[in-house]
Design a protein around this ligand. Structure first.
Ligand SMILES: Cc1cc2nc3c(=O)[nH]c(=O)nc-3n(C[C@H](O)[C@H](O)[C@H](O)COP(=O)(O)OP(=O)(O)OC[C@H]3O[C@@H](n4cnc5c(N)ncnc54)[C@H](O)[C@@H]3O)c2cc1C
Length: 573
């Protein structure tokens, strides 16, 4: 791994540079030199150099008068081809760069889901498939209706224009023939319009190649770290920005209702106090942000007491409202091999609106150019040598899960109970029925040309599975996640007992500390959430700097009309 220039520019140089883990974060501190607890200081301390954290660090460091320190649990992604190459994303799951969370027993769903969370600079944007959707107007308006004043579509949509990522449509060279034929079959079988440029205009229905945050010429990611941090790490032009890599934040220092800083442990086990002159910003993601709060005594008093953790602030919403985009799968064997070109093997998707009263899409599909059989194989199905998959996905799942601690030991991972496919608040089986509807629609697409000519047979759930109850049971047992957990420290109004942060992203009841990451989502966007997280980061930077937000604009109407404003190559006109 090449050295990272930003690591060599401490804001508060220790007397003995050899004892400074930040001077060489990859190596940490050599055992003989540790002085505990050593103290580091910066104006702003950001916990988590992930998707939102990279944005905020980069934006704050634009002001040379400010010192910014980022604490990141993973190593740098600079020069790591296995991370930077988008198409290698599957190889990152379950490896050394994955925190590997699991779920509790899911009686109505699949208890064997691995919830990958990236342990590397850039966070999950260094791990994921980089499918890039600006949230729909209905998604932001839902946030404001849930108590997030000022987060409506007119106010938030302009932040899309601020994003530094290279957001382009899947390049022509990466557009696989079978995916193109699938798009044609969807159009004729379901009457859904093709969308060329999903981010050009809001939509409710549509099929097409995705926009991705990537560089088509070398298939490199345009992750949060690549877009927001690498230019400065390479140029060395942000001496006020310091990264502490492979360093774990395990407890917030709170005194008299104010966050003073955070206790961290370096790779070598040295305890360090990191003090914030101005504010602490927690950006550790939807799992690790509530985990850190709970271990710091911020959360439901009774739960903390039961584990022997002193309650600093009774905040009952910490860990509640665990959201996700659950999905299942239908798999086909193809007559033979599929052409190999692709951006990341799931380059196209479909949005459907079943309920005319619903605002926005209510059923989504990813199209995979591979047989996605991890869960069917566990149920006894065979993986075909050549195949493809469609994955019915629930944009607005009704399940509301919960994250909680099972031990006061910060090393013990928290429990994640997603409550997948439990009856909805109105008693309905909304989520289960969405999968059934999805499998049936997928079969219609499979029967339509020019896609049908590729397919030899349906492998999972299998053509003999036709009754709704049978489809539902198998689809739920084979359900997986698309790794979108969110909502566990949700934003809300002052009278909302379960809100954890206010619309300024400040933790309610404390000063000097905000949260900015997927955990603050009050509700789940219908689309993939990463751009929403980046936009939360941009808005958080404005709130911290007191800079004006971009001028609000009247949001465009959500439309089902076809769009043709982008060219095929990389999406640029
Ligand atoms: C495999 C996968 C595929 C996905 N595909 C897509 C997609 O195609 N499109 C899309 O829109 N979304 C996708 N997502 C979801 C999206 O990537 C996430 O919602 C988003 O990146 C979350 O950003 P975040 O800032 O909340 O957290 P993260 O990006 O996870 O950042 C958290 C950071 O904090 C660090 N950290 C955590 N705890 C600590 C601690 N205690 N001390 C120090 N550091 C800590 C972590 O190492 C990490 O770098 C995918 C996610 C995954 C995992």
């Amino acid at each position: 791994m090449p050295p990272s220039p930003a690591n060599a520019s401490p804001t508060d140089p220790p007397a003995d540079p050899a004892a400074d883990p930040a001077a060489d974060p990859a190596a940490g501190t050599s055992p003989g030199t540790a002085r505990t607890p050593r103290t580091l200081r910066a104006d702003y301390v950001i916990i988590g150099g992930g998707t939102a954290g990279s944005v905020i660090a980069s934006r704050l460091a634009e002001d040379p008068e400010l010192s910014v320190l980022v604490i990141e649990g993973g190593p740098s992604d600079l020069g790591r081809e296995e991370v930077l190459t988008l198409r290698r994303w599957l190889g990152l799951l379950g490896g050394e760069l994955d925190y590997e969370y699991t779920t509790t027993e899911q009686p109505h769903g699949n208890s064997h889901i691995l919830h990958s969370r990236a342990k590397v600079l850039g966070g999950c944007s260094s791990h994921n498939t980089l499918i890039s959707f600006r949230p729909l107007p209905s998604d932001w308006d839902e946030w404001e209706a849930a108590g997030a004043a000022g987060w409506n579509a007119a106010a938030m949509d302009p932040y899309f224009g601020r994003l530094r990522n290279n957001i382009v449509r899947v390049a022509k060279k990466d557009q696989n023939e079978i995916a193109a034929d699938w798009i044609e079959a969807v159009k004729s079988a379901l009457g859904v319009p093709e969308v060329v440029g999903f981010n050009d205009r809001p939509f409710e229905e549509g099929v097409g190649f995705f926009d991705l945050s990537y560089h088509p010429e070398n298939n490199h990611r345009s992750s949060a770290s690549v877009a927001y941090l690498h230019p400065h790490l390479k140029a060395g032009d942000r001496p006020n920005l310091r990264l502490l890599l492979e360093t774990w934040a395990h407890r917030l220092d709170i005194a008299e209702g104010r966050a003073k800083g955070v206790r961290v442990r370096t790779a070598e086990g040295e305890e360090v106090c990191v003090e914030a002159g101005r504010e602490v910003i927690v950006c550790a993601g939807a799992v690790d942000t509530p985990r850190l709060l709970l271990h710091s005594g911020i959360g439901p008093r009774a739960d903390l007491k039961a584990l022997g953790i002193d309650c600093v602030l009774d905040l009952p919403g910490v860990g509640e409202n665990l959201l996700d985009h659950p999905e299942s799968v239908i798999v086909w064997e193809t007559h033979g091999p599929i052409p190999d070109n692709s951006a990341m093997d799931s380059d196209a998707g479909l949005f459907v609106k079943r309920d005319p009263e619903h605002r926005g899409p209510d059923l989504m599909f990813h199209f995979y150019q591979i047989p996605f059989t991890d869960n069917p194989e566990r149920l006894g199905y065979e993986r075909p040598e050549h195949g493809v998959s469609m994955t019915p996905n629930i944009p607005k799942s009704r399940s509301r899960g919960r994250l909680y601690l099972t031990s006061a030991d910060p090393e013990v991972k928290p429990a994640l109970d997603f409550r997948y496919f439990e009856p909805a608040a109105d008693g309905s089986d909304y989520d289960g029925q969405t999968l059934v509807d999805g499998i049936k629609l997928a079969r219609k697409v499979a029967a339509a040309e020019p896609f049908a000519k590729w397919l030899k047979r349906e492998v999972f759930p299998g053509p003999e599975v036709t009754e709704d109850a049978q489809i539902s049971e198998l689809a739920r047992k084979a359900a997986h996640t698309v790794y979108h957990p969110a909502g566990t420290c949700r934003m809300g109004a002052a009278d909302d007992r379960l809100a954890v942060v206010d619309p300024q992203l400040k933790i309610r009841g404390l000063s000097g500390i905000r949260i900015a990451d997927a955990s603050v989502f009050p509700t789940m966007p219908a689309v993939n959430p990463m751009l929403g997280v980046l936009m939360v980061g941009e808005k958080c930077a404005d709130l911290l700097r007191g800079t004006p937000a971009p001028a609000p604009q009247a949001p465009a109407q959500q439309s089902t009309a076809p769009h043709h404003s982008r060219t095929e190559e990389g999406g640029d006109a």
